[in-house]
Design a protein around this ligand. Structure first.
Ligand SMILES: Nc1ncnc2c1ncn2[C@@H]1O[C@H](COP(=O)(O)OP(=O)(O)OP(=O)(O)O)[C@@H](O)[C@H]1O
Ligand SMILES: [Mg+2]
Length: 263
């Protein structure tokens, strides 16, 4: 396997009226082609900042960060698609047009892009809402539109920032299984941020733990469970053991974050 993503000692410092905020410090990450890597860390530790740097949306203050294009990728194939923490879809476009947007930008003919969009709309359970506008949808449904759009775009790498956080528990469970199914069928390289250790272990090949801000590498766990996986995995003793091990380390960082806030 080859490295699809390489990030080395990424640091991000934001200026602020109260001085500088060091959001991320010397964070490094390597992701293999076709690997599903989850990042967990306490709130405010710099996860979204790192993802935005990776997506090329904001520059790092120092360090290097790259997504490596496949030599055999067809021309026009996007390098990455991002599903943002706060759903980012166009309010003036229907669900279908939102999902097909990336394809439209690439000049994919209308019939073809609507065929691809319809497939993804169905997969995320929005078949009856294809002609609706975002204001007619719940928060969770809007987030499913973002997810469908990212997959429909068929990028080399998917960057997902808590894509299921806005969903109710039942829809979230269904979408976790759906994400497993989708990913196991095409094995795209994914960097996936989540607050849920269970979700990280269920979905990921590896779980990267970040420290409290400034976020840096705390630990890395290989998830040994074979695929295909489904939710029944989460009721096994091995699953509980791994998630507990991660929580043990994460809680130290969460406490640091809470103490920092209390001061
Ligand atoms: N544009 C910005 N300007 C100034 N400070 C920022 C900016 N964006 C993020 N920060 C600060 O950087 C730190 C990390 O923020 P970030 O959103 O990356 O955290 P996070 O780990 O994604 O948190 P959460 O889990 O709550 O989503 C926070 O202290 C935040 O206030
Ligand atoms: Mg975030």
């Amino acid at each position: 396997m080859s490295k699809k993503i390489t990030a080395y000692k990424v640091t991000k410092i934001f200026p602020s009226p109260r001085g500088q905020v060091v959001a991320v410090k010397d964070f490094s990450l390597e992701v293999e082609d076709g690997e599903f890597v989850c990042i967990v860390g306490p709130s405010g530790c710099g996860k979204s900042t790192f993802l935005r740097i990776l997506a090329g949306l904001v520059p790092a203050t120092c360090g290097t960060c790259a997504i490596h294009r496949s030599p055999d990728a067809p021309p026009g194939k996007p390098l990455n698609s991002v599903v943002f923490q706060e759903y980012a879809i166009f309010p003036w476009k229907t669900v279908r047009d939102n999902v097909a947007f990336g394809l439209q930008m690439r000049g994919v003919p209308k019939k073809e892009r609507f065929r691809i969009a319809a497939d993804w709309i169905q997969r995320v359970g929005l078949k009856d809402f294809a002609d609706c506008y975002p204001h007619e949808l719940s928060g969770g449904m809007k987030q499913r539109v973002s997810i469908a759009r990212a997959f429909a775009n068929d990028p080399e790498v998917l960057l997902m920032d808590e894509p299921l956080a806005a969903l109710d528990a039942q829809t979230r469970a269904v979408m976790q299984e759906e994400l497993l199914r989708i990913w196991e069928s095409d094995r795209k390289t994914v960097v996936y941020i989540t607050h849920s250790i269970d979700e990280a272990v269920l979905l990921g090949d590896r779980v990267i733990l970040m420290t409290a801000r400034p976020g840096t590498n705390k630990a890395s766990f290989t998830v040994p469970f074979p695929r295909p996986r489904d939710l029944s995995l989460s009721s096994t003793a091995e699953f509980a053991q791994l998630t507990y091990g991660i929580w043990n380390l994460l809680q130290e960082e969460v406490h640091k974050t809470m103490e920092g806030r209390a001061r």
